[in-house]
Write a protein that binds this ligand. Sequence first.
Ligand SMILES: Cc1ncc(COP(=O)(O)O)c(C=O)c1O
Length: 398
Amino acid sequence: MYRIGKEEVKEIEKVIKSKQLFRVGDPKQGHLGECDRFEKEWAEKIGTRYALLMSGGTSALICGLVGLDIGPGDEVLIPSYTFMATATSVLMVGAIPVVVEVDQTCTIDPSDIEKKITKNTKCIIPVHMVGLPCNMEKITKIAKRYNLKVLEDCCQAVGGSFKGRRLGSWGDAGAYSFNYFKIISCGEGGALVTDDRTIYERASIFHDSGTAFRPYAGEFSIPVFVGLQFRANEIMGAMMRVQLKRLDGILRDLRKNKRRLMEELKDNIKGINFAPSNDIEGDCGVMITFRFDDGVVAQKFASLVGGYRPIDSAKHVWFDWKPVVEKRIWHKPSLNPYNFPENKDLRMSFTKEMYPESIENLSKTVFVSVSPEWKAKDIKEKVKIIKKGWEEAHKNGN
Ligand SMILES: Cc1ncc(COP(=O)(O)O)c(C=O)c1O
């Protein structure tokens, strides 16, 4: 979270004073309809027909997969670099995640997607990590060619875009996280967007534990089925409406500071190299991404400047998704998708050695975080630290 203030307090106070904290209620009785309003505003911001606010990004991914009708017997392509929740969401619907390489942008490599597709592949989850947009043009083209669904994981890139279109609106559905560490937040929360009525209905039903408390959402055209309870409450809705008003300002300042720092670094450090971007304009600007020829130099640089190599970010790289790698799913072997007869012919193995391109790219990249609050003097200070770190890291023959 970057910004929070008295505006959030004021709106939350109104909800508490209304005494109507459940998301469904009667406006005549003073119900404010904050979740409902946020969903309309979020759909409009992203450019989709529907949005659904809920408990988190993981639940949004799960609901997205349910909406897309993914389940046992299906393989879902996910990148080697993503938070473990992308993989666990696939397993929660009984499908099997298949890992794909990331390229120099640290996002899913479209050319490796093609290599990994089999007759069992049903869906691709491109993940826009640390605000960096995937190449959605190439990915959606491949998906169309092979008749695959696309669920965008925008949890770390809320509000970002690719070629002028907001992330989340390129795929069949998009998932966002509003947890504490994200660009806008209500502590914990998430949302799903889609243009497709069936995806929306399935996701709505599933996230509402099969009770379907949602008369305002219109009549469902499919029968209600049992799901889980991922509903948002009115405090979340009220807070997210204020956070949404802050979003474009946060992105503007992040991008401005990232651009300024990159320009200053180019002027001050000979040979400085940044990782390529699929769309620098749409990038959220939360990280400067440095690219090195040597992973050891990258590691040294990271430790000197307060950055990190993505390969070292535990639970965000495929070999570190411990319970997934060790295939400990649910609490009973019979509920574990790796034991399902429907999945017996699917690819279940993903060792560290299987992804050399990812090891190379994630080891030779360093992320340094950007703040939207930096002023000119902070940027000067950063340049000094990074210049010193760059020179130190390249000493001793490296
Ligand atoms: C890429 C990615 N996907 C999914 C999630 C899950 O979001 P949440 O923690 O809101 O469930 C996160 C959260 O950090 C994430 O970074």
